[in-house]
Design a protein around this ligand. Sequence first.
Ligand SMILES: C[S@@+](CC[C@H](N)C(=O)[O-])C[C@H]1O[C@@H](n2cnc3c(N)ncnc32)[C@H](O)[C@@H]1O
Ligand SMILES: [Mg+2]
Length: 327
Amino acid sequence: MASKLLKRTFHISTWSACPPRSARSLIAVAPSRFFSDSNSQPVPATAGSSPLPPGPPTTPNDAPSPSSVSRYGSKRKSESTHSSVKDPELAKFAAISDTWWDSEGPFKPLHLMNPTRLAFIRSTLCRHFGKDPYSVRPFEGLKIIDVGCGGGILSEPLARMGAAVTGIDAVDKNIKIARVHADLDPVTSNIEYSCMTAEKLVEEEREFDAVIALEVIEHVANPSEFCKSLSALTIAGGATVVSTINRSMRAYATAIVAAEYILHWLPKGTHQWSSFLTPEELVLIFNRASLSVKEMAGFVYNPLTGRWSLSDDISVNFIAFGTKDVQ
Ligand SMILES: C[S@@+](CC[C@H](N)C(=O)[O-])C[C@H]1O[C@@H](n2cnc3c(N)ncnc32)[C@H](O)[C@@H]1O
Ligand SMILES: [Mg+2]
């Protein structure tokens, strides 16, 4: 039902230009019980223990640890008083940080997905900022931040497309790898990398034309507060792009059971089903952060070709493009 509505509400970004449509009808059907308190976790969780990967019908509580909240100090000037950091999540990425640029390693799915997600970003940002998507450097003149940039898999192509790129990640080892790799090419060596959280950068009152956080929101302590930080980093009238995994049964079966436990694409425990967001929840979270979702698309994997493509199927992997309201 919700998926059908999304298919009607959002069009899929392709190279052809289509006018953005309103997300209001979608917002009307989203479950408001997830958002009664902006400081609460949007996903309800219950305790449980099982040899199976955590997921439906019982899910573990993913509340942030006290140590994660204190990691970046308590002084806050931004709208957000929360740290987005979940230390156990960062530990997972720190453990495999030297494999970021191994296209056959644990980040293989991200490498394979990259052309598809870049096509969506190129298409939506060019349409929004009036840039030519067919130019070699379509993002010339745009300041873009890649939040949770990891080893720079996305930051580098964004820089090659002409953007002035800032990449931040809460894991220092990731930033070191990203720096070394970007310095191998003069075109990417001007990327500004920093071990930092979005909320910390908000304190520094930095702003960007476009704020991008791909495959990060399912690893942060409080998605709602995280999106508020993304919004605060976005200029009025700018763009925010987030990709993540749908909290659907299909995602549990494919993105967790198959990808982690059968195919071993990702280390076991990479994802917690309870930390995923449905597209409806993401739209509401965006809305509460003064961001309007204008376009949404799914990523689907073809096991025969080994390729990902854009689709109207948002039942597992999906990406949302929003714009920051002009107050
Ligand atoms: C699955 S990776 C995605 C990397 C990159 N965005 C991409 O798609 O290629 C998630 C990244 O988010 C980072 N991360 C997790 N929580 C974070 C937080 N609260 N603030 C900044 N980075 C965070 C992790 O260290 C990791 O590098
Ligand atoms: Mg993930």
